[in-house]
Design a protein around this ligand. Structure first.
Ligand code: COA
Length: 234
């Protein structure tokens, strides 16, 4: 399959002892299968969809044509695709900071501010169309340079339950760690499927804030706060 001028080679990375390949213009390398088991990485549910890497270093979910990459600046096509993705996800009912129906101009204004040095952006795409995204917000406070928040984890409604969300979370964690961030936080609406994704990806529930965010129906919902951190070395 050819996507965006690059081929998704069927290298079956797992057979080489690698379940995933992380790449960005700044960071790229192989994640040995051994580092991907356990709480902080890809789950058994995701593992069968192994990764291969393209010559250019773009990560590719084997057999699916889905490419993952960190983008350091947005070209027009990727921005337009992200605008469309955000509108579709919000209008589908997600609680990601916006209310439905989302005005595409508001979505465009939002993406115009991204990515930033303190807001790293990961995209999953197929044939140039963005099907998923996530962000890593790096804390800037002097006492918080070890912290990051994972935010705006979005998968296109027609591409769900294929492991994209889990893969993006794993990669967002890798981006955070590549910036020395060892304490990670995120929150998501109580009762949403995302809770199951985070719980099965090694995130610990820290607590809930009632009446946190309003939905487009006007109802107030609680948010669930999750965290993941490196235990201090004994
Ligand atoms: C949450 C979201 C990112 C998941 O994306 P996805 O690509 O469908 O997730 P995956 O396929 O990787 O699923 C991973 C796991 O999450 C859980 N999960 C995902 N969707 C689920 C659903 N609808 N019902 C129950 N569990 C679900 C399952 O445990 C799943 O593993 P399984 O498929 O082996 O059972 C996607 O539903 C989404 O974009 N939601 C709207 C935006 C949002 O709420 N984002 C999170 C807040 S920032």
């Amino acid at each position: 399959m050819s996507t965006n001028g690059r081929s998704c080679l069927n290298l079956a990375g797992g057979s080489f002892g690698f379940s995933a390949v992380w790449w960005s213009p700044e960071h790229w390398g192989l994640l040995p299968t051994s580092t991907l088991s356990g709480s902080s990485s890809l789950s058994a549910a995701f593992a069968p969809k192994s990764f291969s890497t393209l010559k250019e270093g773009v990560e590719c979910m084997t057999g699916t044509g889905i490419q993952f990459r960190e983008v350091l600046s947005l070209d027009q096509a990727t921005k337009a695709s992200l605008v469309s993705l955000l509108v579709r996800v919000v209008n589908d009912g997600a609680a990601v900071g916006f209310l439905a129906p989302l005005d595409p101009n508001a979505a465009e204004a939002y993406w115009a501010r991204l990515p930033r040095t303190d807001a790293r952006l990961i995209v999953a795409s197929v044939g140039g169309t963005v099907v998923g995204t996530a962000q890593v917000h790096l804390a800037g406070q002097a006492n918080g340079r070890h912290r990051a928040e994972i935010a705006k984890v979005l998968v296109d409604p027609s591409w769900r339950r294929q492991g994209i969300g889990r893969a993006i979370i794993a990669q967002a964690e890798e981006v955070a760690r590549s910036h020395g961030r060892t304490t990670l936080i995120l929150d998501t609406r109580e009762g949403d499927p995302s809770n199951q994704l985070y719980r099965t990806s090694g995130w610990r529930e820290i607590g809930r804030i009632p009446e946190y965010a309003r939905s487009s129906t006007g109802e107030l919902h609680a948010t669930v706060i999750y965290a993941k951190w490196d235990e201090p070395k004994a």
